[in-house]
Design a protein around this ligand. Structure first.
Ligand code: SF4
Ligand code: SF4
Ligand code: SF4
Length: 170
């Protein structure tokens, strides 16, 4: 199975294909499974976000951009939306998983604790890995997916992506 994945990737590369872009992150509490059906692209959520992290994305649909800042979960976006795009009754605003990629300075033995220092939940800890290098690990139970660690990372190593359980029931 793994060999097939590599072969397909090589084939795509040789044909000049690029990897598909990851799905955009939608605002918290939004019905991600029906988002483009329900959203009219009015821009009310974009205008209401005090952190400026909701921007007009592909096709004019709102997307979260954590390079601009973090989500404070103020719910202004959900309150401003005139359409049934948001569901405030869900237990979690979203379930985003933090991934720390190979460009992380710490994994290259360069001292950096920027993500840990930026995290308001103290969800990032550094632990010794084989070879004696202290690398960041994320406590998924403590992480809220606020995104503060992404912009703080000087190596551009952090991304947040939806977990499979983020899809709302239709
Ligand atoms: S909850 Fe608040 S900070 Fe987060 S995206 Fe919505 S308006 Fe912006
Ligand atoms: S306020 Fe609602 S309908 Fe308007 S752009 Fe945002 S999500 Fe779409
Ligand atoms: S997304 Fe927020 S809570 Fe989660 S690790 Fe990053 S800074 Fe901490």
């Amino acid at each position: 199975m793994a060999d097939e994945t590599v072969d397909l990737g090589r084939r795509g590369f040789l044909r000049g294909r690029r990897r598909p872009e990851p799905a955009p992150l939608r605002p918290p509490w939004s019905r991600t499974d029906r988002f483009t059906d329900l959203c009219t692209r009015c821009g009310a959520c974009t205008d209401s976000c005090p952190e400026g992290i909701v921007r007009r994305g592909d096709g004019g649909f709102p997307e979260i951009d954590f390079q601009r800042g973090e989500c404070s979960f103020c719910a202004s976006c959900a309150d401003a939306c005139p359409e049934p795009v948001f569901d405030r009754s869900t237990a979690h605003p979203w379930t985003l998983a933090v991934r720390i990629g190979p460009s992380c300075f710490a994994t290259h033995r360069i001292v950096c604790r920027s993500c840990r220092d930026a995290c308001p939940e103290s969800a990032i800890r550094f632990a010794l890995a084989p070879g004696g290098v202290a690398v960041p690990t994320v406590d998924d139970g403590a992480c809220t997916g606020c995104g503060a660690c992404q912009a703080a990372c000087p190596a551009d190593a952090i991304t947040l992506r939806p977990g499979p359980e983020t899809a709302h029931a239709p």
